[in-house]
Design a protein around this ligand. Structure first.
Ligand SMILES: [Zn+2]
Length: 89
């Protein structure tokens, strides 16, 4: 989910990609928790590739693993990928 606070988004996206360290190309500020506030602690600077992996693979897998471990109250936005395949089994 894109940040509405453009100044904060620009500041976060100046950092190298939080996932792969890429700093040559474009990055954007991504929410860690979509339902959460627009704050530094809830943001990652991500390149386009890592943004897709984070949204479509990492968050749903973390949600599944943490749920099976017994964690409760996890963000609903982590339960499913946003665009691609259905990982539910
Ligand atoms: Zn990256």
């Amino acid at each position: 989910m894109a940040f509405k606070n453009r100044n904060l988004a620009r500041r976060i996206a100046k950092d190298p990609c939080s996932w792969c360290g890429w700093k040559a190309g474009r990055r954007h500020a991504a929410h860690i928790i979509d339902e959460g506030p627009e704050r530094d602690w809830n943001a990652l600077s991500l390149c386009p590739n890592c943004s897709t992996v984070f949204d479509e693979i990492v968050r749903p897998k973390l949600y599944k693993a943490l749920t099976k471990f017994g964690a409760m109250g996890l963000p609903k936005s982590w339960s499913k990928d946003n665009k691609m395949s259905d990982l539910s089994e």
